[in-house]
Design a protein around this ligand. Structure first.
Ligand code: C2E
Ligand code: MG
Ligand code: MG
Ligand code: MG
Length: 281
């Protein structure tokens, strides 16, 4: 539950008493109440299949509407949630909400949910995910779990048995921010990942830096040989999309095809995209 920070967490903050530590402490106190006060919400950003010319699903991206500070980015509060154990309650809320939202969507769409390594340190995560799926009555293959490559070598390296159980249930797993971690390619062999997401830093640079372009092409070639899917993150221009089409990338994500939107804008976005793809075809 979000209310319970793990034992000993307060001590961490009391060792240093500068301004930023005080600010963190205040943020932590507020974060402890955020789930119960209904201050968290999800935005949904589309995946666009280049060959099929259509939206294939959405990634759920967490936001915190703080009563005083306004909307806070996950990059600011997820690290605090991870250090204090609050991530377990927050993560449970995220996967439940994402699955219940998914249950309203056409059945050929998936939802992708980001997970922190720390969440896999708690064996009950498996049951939480299974329950979220069954309560929302959505097929497991429509849920995708995003884990980062760097997570694979962290001290919380996810129990591969949990990921394996999820894959066996039909849940799909994507490696997020690929290319930015320090992990070895041999990690790819440990589990049958469904998809790799190429980090946006390579996409941003690929049209002006030959080394970034080489990395993008190599990752795509690797996924072809491994027979898994590949998504390019952070696609912002038509030129980048063209290049990714030429290099045989499967899917793109980014401001060009859609910014993250609230759940009640998802259907409008799908309609828009239908028109866009029929006029492009
Ligand atoms: P991520 O999973 O790699 O998500 C991609 C980030 O890039 C998102 O930032 C998204 O809004 C942003 N983005 C998408 N398209 C573009 C683009 O075209 N250009 C640029 N410049 N940025 C783009 P956001 O929403 O701030 O999320 C940041 C990170 O926070 C995520 O990175 C993910 O690691 C983490 N996160 C988000 N939601 C959750 C969650 O529910 N649980 C956990 N554990 N982590 C989360
Ligand atoms: Mg992600
Ligand atoms: Mg990413
Ligand atoms: Mg990221």
């Amino acid at each position: 539950r979000a209310k319970q920070a793990g034992p000993g967490t307060i001590r961490f903050f009391e060792t240093s008493d500068d301004e930023s530590a005080r600010e963190r402490r205040a943020l932590l106190r507020d974060l402890e109440l955020a789930v119960d006060r209904d201050e968290l919400f999800l935005l949904y950003q589309p995946f666009f299949d280049i060959r099929k010319n259509r939206v294939t699903g959405f990634e759920a991206l967490l936001r915190w509407r703080h009563p005083v500070r306004g909307v806070i980015s996950p990059t600011e509060f997820i690290p605090i949630a991870e250090e204090t154990g609050l991530i377990h309650g927050i993560g449970e809320w995220v996967v439940r909400r994402a699955c219940s939202t998914l249950s309203n969507w056409p059945s050929d769409l998936r939802v992708a949910v980001n997970f922190s390594a720390a969440q896999f340190h708690n064996a009950s995560i498996l049951q939480t995910i299974v329950q979220a799926l069954s309560q929302a009555r959505v097929a497991p293959h429509r849920l995708e779990i995003e884990i980062t490559e760097s997570m694979l070598i962290s001290k919380y390296a996810p129990a591969s048995s949990i990921l394996n159980s999820l894959l066996q249930l039909g849940v799909t797993v994507a490696l997020d921010d690929f290319g930015t971690g320090y992990s070895s390619l041999t990690y790819l062999l440990k589990l049958p990942y469904t998809r790799i997401k190429i980090d946006q830093s390579f996409i941003r640079d690929m049209l002006r830096r030959p080394d970034s372009a080489a990395i993008v092409k190599s990752i795509i070639a690797l996924t072809r040989d491994l027979q898994i899917g590949v998504v390019a993150e952070g696609v912002e221009t038509a030129e980048q999309l063209d290049y990714l089409r030429q290099t045989n990338c499967d899917e793109v994500q980014g401001y060009l095809v859609g910014r993250p939107v609230a759940a009640d804008h998802v259907f409008a976005l799908l309609d828009q995209n239908k028109q866009w793809s029929t006029s492009a075809a």
